[in-house]
Structure formats: C-alpha cells, structure tokens
Design a protein around this ligand. Structure first.
Ligand code: GDP
Ligand code: IMO
Ligand code: MG
Length: 427
C-alpha cells in the first residue's frame, strides 16, 4: 500500500537496525537502498544479538522479504559470510532478493580504499576500508561491475580487464603495490555467480508490483544524513546518498509512493572517522556517553566520538529529507546527568547562527551554544509511555521535538525491541 523510508538523521549509528527490526515486523518487504558493508546495524532480540552489515534488518523477521536494492554495493565474500553466519544460528535467508543492477565491490576496490587512505595521511577520511568509495567511483565513472555481469563470463572478463588496466597502473606506479591478475578476479567472481543466482531479480519491478498489490515496504537507510555525499560534511562522508532521495534512486520506487520519512536520531550525537563535529566532547562526559552508550563501531570496532544533541543537525535532517517523524533513540543513556546540554545554535566568527552553515569552513569553526536542561536519575528502561518517564526526561523529549522541527513518534529506552515508547503509530 505504501513505502516508508527510515534513515539516519546524524552521522550514522543512530539505532537504525533496532528501529527497522521493530517496524519491519509490520511490513512485507525491507529494502536496503545504498551503502554496503560499511554499515553495522545491531538488532537485539531476547538474549540474541545480531550485527548486520549488508543484509537488510528484515532478514530476522520470518514474514518479511528482505531486498538489497540497486543502490547498494555488494562484496560477495562478505554477503556469503553473513548469510552463513545467520544460517548457523538457525535464521532462514532464502527469502533474500538482490537487484540485478547492484554494483560489486572487488578486491581492487578494497586495496585502493586502504592505500589511498594511507596516502592521505592527516587528511584521511577514516573510511571503513571496505572498498565502498572506490566501488561507487567506478559506478559513476561507468566502469563498475554489476551483479548481472556475473552471468555473462565474457562480459565479466572484458569489464574486469577494462577496470584493471588503469587500476594496476595506479597500484603499481602510484602506490607501489602489486597489481592484480585479471583471471584471479574473474574466476573468484564467476564462483559467486551460481551462489547468487537464486536471489537475483529485477527488484524495482518486484517492489512496484508489491505496492500495486497493497503491500507495505520499509526502505532502510545506512549511514546518516551528514554522511551523505551531497548533503553531508563533504569530503568527510560516505560515497552514496543515505538521504530520502537515495531511497528512491536506490530502490527504483518513485517519490510519490513514499508516504512517510522517519529520521532516526540519538538523544545525543556520535560520529566515527574524521570531520567536523561541533558538539564533540573531549572530557569525562564524552567518556561517560561512550561507555554507558556502548559507543564502539559494529563494523570496525573503533571508539565512536561522542557529543551532545545538536538541534541544527536535526533541523537540517528534517529539511533535506522531508522528515515526517523522528524516532528518538538511546534516551536511557542520558540517565544520571544533573544537567543535559542541548545545542540550539552555533557561534561562527562571533555571530549566532541557527541553521547548519552551507560553507564547510564555517562548519569547522562552529562553536556550540547550549541550553541546559535538568536531568533525571530514575531508571527509564521499562517505561512504556511518555507519562511513565520522569518529568525531566519527558520534558527533554518535548524540548527536542520543539526545536528539531518534526514530531517525536517513538522513543528508545534500551536496545531491545520492546524497550520502545510508541507515541504514535508509525505504520
Ligand atoms: P545503526 O547503525 O544505526 O543500526 O546503529 P548501531 O547498531 O551501529 O548502533 C546503535 C547501538 O545502540 C546498538 O548497539 C543498539 O543495540 C543500541 N540501541 C539502539 N536503540 C537503543 C536504545 O534506545 N537504548 C540503548 N541503550 N541502546 C540502543
Ligand atoms: P551505519 O549504517 C557510522 C563513516 C566512516 C567514515 C566515512 C566514510 O552503521 O550507521 P566509507 O567506508 O563509507 O567510505 O567511510 O563514513 N561510516 C559510518 N559511520 N556508521 C556507519 O554505518 C558508517 N558507514 C560509514 O567511519 O568516516
Ligand atoms: Mg552502525
């Protein structure tokens, strides 16, 4: 009947996995529309914890068809490892559908990602090293390899040859590395063809037909608004479009079929990798957020940078995504502070600014201006409604809603599915 997009409103790791898993129970399809195995989405069901990288979070709900859309870049070795890991834990993955147009990450993308980061030295982006940027660069450069190429060995060989002609020169002459053998890459990837075949289909057609038949679709974003290659803190971004427009291009569903866009936002802020972050904390509050919030990367194991909630970022996410709702996560992590700072504006070169600056240099100079809200000490992890929250916690949620520009429709008070306060129905 409708498609709903669910995406990160900050710099990723907002809790998209949990939110998708929760809402995914009510839909027929869950679709990943961009990114690759740079993502790390955690889903906790009872005493089981799952870390998903490439597979849509809907894979864990038996009634849901999980789909990897055309906008995703797929590293087949990672895909099959992930499938194997879930099968070993008794999860059926046979419902998975993969777009014939999705691009492939190959060994040369991974190598180039790592060596080019090393060469950037102090200016490095801090990528996940999974080959994401180089694979998307090839896609835009029209020399990428798509899933469908695996089913035509001569085309595959031609394309790998074409891609390696330049890349081997760069690897050898610029980066002082070994080149790759065309046949090694072709043979490895032909080996994946048979394994992939049962999953591969025209996912745009599948999804549009499903909508025609009255089914519900959840479009699951990876990363977050400020990591978007167009709307994020460029160049410290990922190489795809996690924002709402990407949900259309990455799935083949038109914008008129999306009825709701839900922004997942943490009650504070985190970031992994390099780049500006105005509310970042370098003191014991930052350490406390990191340890209470368990802020360690699911994909790379890196400690996440932590800071206070930034309303300018939330408002920006409303603007560039057309958010209809916020799903506020990790409110429980803020239990135990006497006062909680919330960034309501920046000071940039002596001036007060209330919208995210369009200039990256300004963003680098931005100093947060805080309002201080009274904290709470009570355990909120079992709260089932806003009224069951301590008055100050409820006031914090209401304040964020007021200054962020979209209604808060759900509040996370713990990592488990049922540790969620539903303020209004999202599906
Ligand atoms: P994603 O990349 O957006 O899916 O987020 P990650 O899974 O990388 O990081 C979010 C972390 O927060 C995971 O460990 C989740 O289990 C956890 N989480 C999600 N929602 C909540 C919540 O409301 N409270 C707490 N304490 N943890 C949460
Ligand atoms: P989820 O889906 C947080 C960051 C990297 C780096 C930048 C570019 O779990 O929210 P890339 O490997 O994509 O070229 O790296 O983007 N990054 C993420 N940060 N969560 C993620 O995914 C991320 N995926 C990429 O740390 O700064
Ligand atoms: Mg994550």
């Amino acid at each position: 009947m409708t498609a709903i997009a669910l995406l990160g409103a900050q710099w990723g790791d907002e809790g998209k996995g949990k939110a998708t898993d929760l809402l995914g129970e009510k839909v027929d399809y869950v679709v990943r529309y961009q990114g690759g195995n740079n993502a790390g989405h955690t889903v906790v069901i009872g005493d089981q914890k799952y870390a998903l990288h490439l597979l849509p979070s809907g894979i864990l709900s038996p009634g849901v068809i999980p789909v990897i859309g055309n906008g995703v870049v797929i590293d087949p070795s990672v895909l099959f490892e992930e499938i194997k890991g879930l099968n070993e834990r008794g999860i059926d993955t046979s419902r998975l559908k993969i777009s014939t147009n999705a691009h492939l990450i190959t060994p040369y993308h991974r190598t180039i990602d790592k060596v080019s980061e090393r060469f950037l030295g102090k200016s490095k982006i801090g990528t996940t090293g999974r080959g994401i940027g180089p694979a998307y660069a090839d896609k835009i450069n029209r020399i990428g390899i798509r899933i469908q190429d695996l089913f035509d060995p001569s085309i595959l060989k031609q394309k790998v040859e074409g891609a390696l002609r330049d890349k081997n020169q760069i690897l050898i002459k610029v980066f002082n590395r070994k080149g790759l053998e065309i046949d090694d890459v072709v043979n490895e990837y032909l080996g994946y063809a048979e394994l992939l075949k049962p999953f591969v289909t025209d996912t745009s057609l599948l999804l549009n037909k499903a909508l025609d038949q009255g089914k519900n679709i959840l479009l699951e974003g990876s990363q977050g608004t400020l990591l978007d290659v167009d709307h994020g803190t460029y160049p410290f971004v990922t190489s795809s479009n996690p924002t709402a427009g990407g949900a259309c291009t990455g799935s083949g569903i038109g914008p008129t079929r999306i009825s709701r866009v839900i922004g997942i936002v943490k009650a504070y802020t985190t970031r992994v990798g390099s780049g500006p972050f105005p509310t970042e904390l370098f003191d014991e509050d930052g350490e406390k957020l990191r340890s209470i919030g368990g802020e360690v990367g699911v994909t790379t194991g890196r400690a996440r940078r932590c800071g206070w909630y930034d309303a300018l970022i939330a408002r920006y996410a409303v603007r560039v995504n057309g958010l209809t709702d916020f799903f506020l996560t990790k409110l429980d992590v803020l239990t135990g502070w006497e006062k909680i700072p919330v960034c309501v504006a920046y000071e940039i070169d002596g001036k007060r600014v209330e919208e995210l600056p369009a200039s990256q240099s300004d963003f680098h100079h931005a100093k947060p201006i805080y309002e201080f809200l009274p904290g709470w000490n009570e355990d909120i992890s079992k709260a089932k409604s806003l009224d069951q929250l301590p008055a100050n916690a409820k006031a914090y949620v209401k304040y964020l809603e007021e200054i962020s520009g979209a209604p808060v429709s759900a509040v996370g008070v713990g990592p488990e599915r049922d540790q969620t306060i539903s303020v209004r129905e999202l599906i």
